[in-house]
Design a protein. Structure first.
Length: 143
């Protein structure tokens, strides 16, 4: 006898996808697949995080149900998504069932360089703001 799964709970906390590219750029279905791949590689999407419902992805990327299901099938084939055992139509991030995928050394280095550059820029902005605030406060105290 076939096992019956429960309905997906309402309000389940799902991972946040960035959505479609600007018009005329990358195909929305390819963008969806790429967004999940990059999210896993950059560790924004971790094992066990719940993938949004098909209808949500359809609206977000402007895809048909068939296109979304095809993208999900490809992500499952790549062992990035797995169907939840307990809930109907619920997928979660699963990076290779016991064999975590690690991005190549080059892509990891490139990602780290970009993150360090972004953090350096933010730190410089914050430092400038602190200096401006200090000069304002010190300037008032001297009066």
């Amino acid at each position: 006898m076939a096992e019956r799964k429960r309905e997906r709970p309402a309000g389940l906390d799902t991972l946040s996808l960035p959505g479609p590219p600007p018009a005329g750029q990358e195909n929305p279905a390819e963008r969806l697949i790429g967004d999940v791949r990059r999210g896993v590689e950059q560790r924004r999407y971790l094992r066990g995080m719940i993938f949004p419902e098909v209808a949500v992805v359809e609206r977000l990327y402007g895809l048909s149900e068939k296109e979304v299901r095809s993208a999900i099938r490809q992500l499952r084939d790549e062992e990035l998504l797995q169907l939840h055992d307990d809930y109907q139509e619920t997928y979660f991030i699963d990076v290779g069932r016991g064999t975590p995928r690690t991005p190549s050394r080059e892509s990891t280095d490139t990602g780290l360089v970009a993150q360090v550059a972004e953090l350096t820029t933010r730190l410089q902005e914050l430092s400038s703001r602190v200096q401006a605030l200090e000069s304002m406060v010190l300037g008032r105290d001297e009066r």
